[in-house]
Structures are given as C-alpha cells and as structure tokens.
Design a protein around this ligand. Structure first.
Ligand SMILES: C[S@@+](CC[C@H](N)C(=O)[O-])C[C@H]1O[C@@H](n2cnc3c(N)ncnc32)[C@H](O)[C@@H]1O
Length: 244
C-alpha cells in the first residue's frame, strides 16, 4: 500500500520521507533503551507490558479512541486490580468497552454509559449500530457489559462502591466535572479514576483547559492522588476514604 501511494505521489512528495520526518515527532524515541513500562512489572511480563513496542500516537485510532499504550494500561490495571465493579462514560464504537470487558473476564459488574450522539453525528454506513456490535462480540466471548444509553449528567445508576471509573464522555469542563462528581467519587479507597485526554500528547491538542484543569484541581484537593499519566490518559487513585 505504501509503495502504491509512493508511486502515485512520487512526483510531488515521498510518503516515506514524510513518515521519517513525522515518525519521531509522534513517537519520540522509539527504541528499547527508552521503552516505557507503564505498569510495574512483577514476575512474568504480561502482554500489556509490551505496549511500548508499538507505535502509540493519536493516529492509532481505529475502533478504540486511545493509543495502544493507554489501552494496554487500562486493560492491565483492570486485570491487576481484579476490578469487579467498573463504570465507563463514553464508549462510542466500543473499543474501550471491549478492552475493559475482556480484562474483567465476564466477572463482576460493568456499566457503560453513552448518549449515542457521536454515532448519530458521524456514522454514515449501514453496518450494524455500534451498540449491537458490542453486544454481539461480548456474547461471543462470554463477557458482560450493562450498556446504558443516556446522559451522564442525569442518568440514575445504582452501583454502590466502584473499583474503577473510566471517564471519556463530554470533554467540556462542566461535563467532565459532572462525571467525576457523580461517578468518579464513588470509587473505593485505592480505587482508580481514569480520565482520557487530560494530558497533551502527540500532535493533537489535549483538553488541558477542561479535563486537565479538573485533574489538577482534584489533585490539589488531596482526596485523590495522580498516580501517573500514560500518553493522554491520567490515572488518579482515591487516597482518602469516601466522605459519608
Ligand atoms: C471519545 S468518544 C469515547 C471513545 C471510547 N472511550 C474509546 O476509547 O474508544 C466519547 C463518547 O462520549 C459520548 N458522550 C458525550 N457526552 C456524553 C454524555 N453527557 N453522557 C454520556 N455520553 C456522552 C459520545 O456520544 C461519544 O460516544
């Protein structure tokens, strides 16, 4: 494919030259010496520990709207925490939904909330609706997802205490703050709240004034600590018990 493109565009520009120029900007220093290990490695290496081997840029988006490092981190964290009560806001095509459900191995309770506005706005083809595709693939592999269609600002969900909340819905300041106040705060001591698009990364603009601002405010409050960021994802952990 690259060769075909190269032939067509050779007169004007070489795609290979473009990639060589852009690659280091997107991937920075891709060698084993600087390979990131985002989750601590104890004992055997897990597949998610190898994510640093792959290109990891916002251009990776396909089904999942996260880089491979972010997705590996989310998957590995759910597995390592043995998370049994998980909530996601924003599933779109279901990439993050399937990754979380696979990490949970069909155990526990997993709620996923989405308005469906992005699908209504962007999906033009006649392939089955994304939620039907998610249901089918989860059924095929014995995975469980409680897929809710609604607005995270108002939807009522009885979850009790949660192990992990993944927030990737409305990226406005008020929207993401609402998601944190209504659902993120439900995580148990040691539980995780993950915000996508909190940190600048690659060539694309991050939501530093909205999601990033909220992460900084939560950190300053002290009830949660920032564990780390992986590409554009920020991982916060509840460091103080929930207030009654
Ligand atoms: C960036 S996409 C999610 C991508 C997905 N997490 C992934 O990694 O593949 C954001 C989604 O949030 C949904 N969304 C936006 N505002 C929302 C709201 N107030 N409540 C629920 N979902 C919302 C949109 O419909 C869209 O599908």
């Amino acid at each position: 494919m690259l060769r075909c493109l190269e032939r067509r565009l050779a007169k004007w520009i070489s795609p290979r030259a473009m990639l060589e120029e852009l690659g280091p900007k997107l991937n920075r220093t891709p060698d084993l010496e600087t390979m990131p290990f985002d989750l601590p490695v104890h004992g055997d290496l897990q597949f998610e520990d190898l994510a640093g081997l792959f290109a990891s840029t916002p251009l990776d988006h396909a089904v999942v709207f996260m880089t491979i490092r972010q997705t590996a981190y989310l998957f590995g964290l759910v597995r390592r925490m043995d998370a049994r009560n998980v909530l996601e806001i924003g599933r779109y095509k279901g990439g993050s939904t399937f990754a979380i459900a696979a990490a949970m191995r069909g155990q526990g309770q997993f709620w996923s909330v989405d308005l469906g506005e992005k699908e209504a706005r962007l999906k033009k083809d006649s392939a089955p609706a994304y939620d039907n595709q998610i249901r089918d693939i989860c059924k095929r592999f014995g995975l469980r997802v409680n897929m809710l269609v609604g607005d995270a600002r108002t939807i009522q969900i009885e979850t009790g205490e949660l192990d992990l909340v993944f927030i990737d819905g409305d990226h406005s300041y008020d929207g993401v703050k609402n998601d944190f106040q209504r659902f993120g705060r439900r995580v148990r001591l040691g539980g995780a709240v993950l915000f996508d698009d909190a940190v600048p990364g690659g060539l694309f603009e991050a939501h530093t004034d909205t999601v990033g601002r909220l992460v900084r405010e939560i950190e300053a409050e002290g009830e949660f600590r920032l564990v780390k960021s992986v590409n554009r994802l920020a991982h916060m952990e509840r460091a103080m018990p929930r207030r009654k």
